[in-house]
Write a new protein. Structure first.
Ligand SMILES: [Zn+2]
Length: 274
């Protein structure tokens, strides 16, 4: 397997993976989206709410706020030494006190840990009219995207790399102009494919000419990772692959146990027959 980074920014990454099949590509996608823990608000205790919205609606909005995540300082509740009861290692308190008239934004929520706070400070939570008050205490914890989408670190998707084959030059002038990605370029009098990684297989070229053949490569995939801000794309990919690695280790352990168990049973059966 070979991996090549194609593009990278604060919230996005694009990379090429060669030498894998569809099921493995989907495994990478699901490992990142569902198995990388991120922080999200899980419980809210309302002390005052004289706003126009019910407690449940505000709590739902709070749950969906992306919170910056520090995977080194926090542990998922089910793996924490406190056995999921809740401690400083697995949960964090956030508070809000607001009085109208005002718009309450995500940045108004005060976190006890400066490393864990709303990623988008300007995200509006609610509008309070004159005299309306909102006071709550919220608890955030790490969770997995497989349990609730609020714990998903972002979006991961992939597509197959296109194999672009030019069979002849007869339609070169038509083909040169039709590609929306401009990958069919003229080099002198010859038509060439400049970058097949950019081909999104729209087949606009194949529709107008029989001189070109586009087929998807079975073992090459371009992945795109879009972070929702809790973790950067690199941390998402590394944590996803680490999660897969630990599952393989666990499976290996279980298989070894099963083998030991089976060989023990066979020994017992042989002794019995003897
Ligand atoms: Zn704990």
């Amino acid at each position: 397997m070979e991996i090549k980074l194609l593009e990278k920014s604060e919230d996005n990454a694009k990379f090429l993976v060669q030498g894998i099949d569809f099921s493995f590509a989907n495994l990478i996608r699901r490992s990142i989206m569902d198995e990388v823990p991120v922080m999200a608000i899980d419980e809210v205790t309302f002390h005052k709410n004289s706003s126009a919205l019910y407690d449940e609606i505000i709590a739902h909005r709070l749950g969906l706020l992306p919170l910056s995540t520090d995977l080194k300082s926090y542990e998922v509740k089910e793996k924490c030494k406190c056995d999921g009861k809740g401690c400083a290692r697995c949960q964090l308190n956030l508070v809000l006190q607001a009085k109208g008239p005002c718009t309450v934004y995500a940045e108004n929520i005060k976190s006890k840990d400066p490393k864990v706070k709303p990623v988008q400070p300007n995200m509006p939570i609610i509008k309070l009219l004159k005299g309306q008050q909102l006071q709550f205490e919220a608890t955030a914890s790490l969770g997995y995207g497989r349990d609730h989408v609020k714990y998903s670190p972002g979006l991961v998707f992939y597509r197959q790399v296109a194999d672009v084959k030019l069979k002849g030059d007869a339609d070169r002038d038509k083909l040169n102009k039709i590609c929306p990605q401009n990958i069919l370029v003229l080099a002198g009098s010859k038509l060439k494919v400049s970058d097949n990684l950019k081909c999104d297989m729209c087949l606009a070229c194949a529709d107008i000419s029989k001189e070109i053949e586009i087929t998807p490569k079975e073992d090459e995939f371009i992945f795109e990772v879009e972070s929702w801000g809790q973790l950067d794309p690199k941390a998402m990919v590394l944590a996803g692959l680490e999660s897969f690695k630990s599952k393989l280790k666990e499976m290996d352990k279980q298989l070894s146990r099963l083998q030991e168990c089976q060989s023990g049973q066979m020994r017992m059966a042989k002794d019995h027959l003897a």
